[in-house]
Write a protein that binds this ligand. Structure first.
Ligand code: SF4
Ligand code: SF4
Length: 84
């Protein structure tokens, strides 16, 4: 199953990932601010993630990593799977 990981302290709470996710996996955390004082994005429905990596590609602060396969990552710059 794909996994989305967010570094809360790199996040500026812009919400681009939240609005871009086709599966509504992410929300801004309104209870805990990060070190910069922003509401960071967090996965609230991680089981719905399809590993599309749109969130990672759109994040202006490279705060998101999507893991689709064991040992392989997609941070928006790397090819992350072996489908051709
Ligand atoms: S990888 Fe796709 S489905 Fe998963 S959280 Fe990111 S945008 Fe949503
Ligand atoms: S796109 Fe990046 S900076 Fe913006 S809310 Fe999502 S994780 Fe935070």
């Amino acid at each position: 199953m794909p996994k989305v990981i967010i570094d809360p302290d790199r996040c500026k709470g812009c919400g681009l990932c939240v609005y871009s996710c086709p599966k509504k996996v992410l929300e801004l955390n309104q209870k805990n601010l990060n070190k910069k004082g922003y509401m960071p994005s967090k996965p609230v429905h991680p089981e719905k993630c399809i590993g599309c990596a749109i969130c990672a590609m759109i994040c202006p602060d490279c705060a998101i990593t999507v893991i689709r396969e064991k040992g392989r990552e997609n941070d928006g710059k790397k090819v992350s799977d072996e489908r051709k």
